[in-house]
Ligand binder design. Structure first.
Ligand SMILES: [Cu+2]
Length: 110
């Protein structure tokens, strides 16, 4: 094995890691995950694209909602997940109807 071979292998491995990292950082395989835990949406701010699915997973032992004033509402049962499919109008603030201090923001980017 020559020095050139080793270097080429390192370059290839670095490239492979970059691809994996980019994929997970974007978190946009069509589904954006939000954890609902300790009375908070984590992350609270989302950047999504039209057609993405937002999936909330409720780790609290009680029910929460993702509610948009004058818009849609998703009920998230304890220990369960619930989804909403992003539309063009979905740059919105949302909250939980039972715990109004729980707030989130969805921004639709193209
Ligand atoms: Cu709640």
């Amino acid at each position: 094995m020559t020095v050139g071979d080793v270097n080429r292998r390192q370059v290839l491995m670095a490239a492979a890691f970059t691809v994996i990292r980019t994929a997970s950082a974007r978190a946009h395989n069509g589904t954006v995950h939000v954890t609902v835990e300790d009375l908070a949406f984590v992350p609270a701010d989302l950047e999504v694209k039209v057609g993405d699915i937002i999936e909330w997973t409720n780790k609290d032992p009680f029910e929460h909602t993702a509610t948009v004033e004058g818009g849609w509402e998703v009920i998230i049962q304890p220990g369960k997940s619930a989804t909403h499919t992003v539309t063009r109008q979905d740059t919105v603030d949302y909250f939980c109807r039972y715990h109004p201090n729980m707030k989130g923001r969805i921004k639709v980017v193209s």
